[in-house]
Design a protein around this ligand. Structure first.
Ligand SMILES: [Zn+2]
Ligand SMILES: [Zn+2]
Length: 96
């Protein structure tokens, strides 16, 4: 027997990743870094690792917006990023 919590709304989770593949973006064949996420963000492609890193950071800092009430209230102890949804906190009743 498992009990399913009521899904009042859908939570978008962000698990961005950078992958490297050989490709040609118009400058000849070279490593192509691709940034994609489990959300609906468009795949970002660049020949430059630092641009992929920038995109990755920008996504987490500016675009991966989680409703404040769903963010972890104790990221250090729960070992999740401050911007992320926390399963431990989500199981608790909201404090406000
Ligand atoms: Zn995302
Ligand atoms: Zn938490």
């Amino acid at each position: 027997m498992t009990t399913q919590p009521d899904q009042a709304h859908t939570t978008v989770r962000h698990r961005p990743s950078i992958t490297r593949t050989l490709g040609d973006l118009g400058e000849g064949e070279a490593w192509v870094y691709q940034v994609r996420c489990t959300c609906a963000m468009p795949v970002f492609e660049s020949h430059y690792r630092f641009k992929a890193d920038d995109r990755y950071r920008h996504h987490l800092e500016s675009e991966a917006t989680v409703d404040p009430s769903e963010r972890c209230r104790d990221p250090k102890h729960h070992k999740v990023a401050g911007w992320d949804v926390c399963a431990l906190c989500a199981d608790q009743l909201p404090l406000f």
